[in-house]
Design a protein. Structure first.
Length: 117
């Protein structure tokens, strides 16, 4: 199993970014997927999740209305479109297989998002 994130970079407040996570080594259509983020010195927190089929989507309150999770089963990818970015969104963002935060599963290596002027 391999999850590879990309798209993180430095962006100004109010800007937008799209993170990508490309999966391999498992049947992508059999799994929901999630995005987490981690602030320095803190535990990872769930940002958004999308179930297999993409019909059930959940967001953390802090990102509702600003972030959108989506999946492209043909390309084995899950995306996180982030808009109206704030300095407090600065974190390392991780892709995880599965949607249950209580269950261990595979993680990507993370991609750094920095929101700063």
């Amino acid at each position: 199993v391999q999850l590879v994130e990309s798209g993180g970079q430095l962006v100004q407040p109010g800007g937008s970014l799209r993170l990508s996570c490309v999966a391999s080594g498992f049947t992508f259509t059999s799994y929901g997927m999630s995005w987490y983020r981690q602030f320095p010195g803190k535990e990872r927190e769930l940002v958004a999740s999308i179930n297999l089929g993409g019909r059930n989507i959940n967001y953390a309150d802090s990102v509702k209305g600003r972030f959108t999770i989506s999946r492209d089963d043909a390309n084995r990818a899950v995306y996180l479109q982030m808009t109206s970015l704030k300095p407090e969104d600065t974190a390392t963002y991780y892709c995880k297989r599965g949607t249950n935060p209580r269950t261990w599963d595979y993680w990507g290596q993370g991609t750094q998002v920095t929101v700063s002027s």
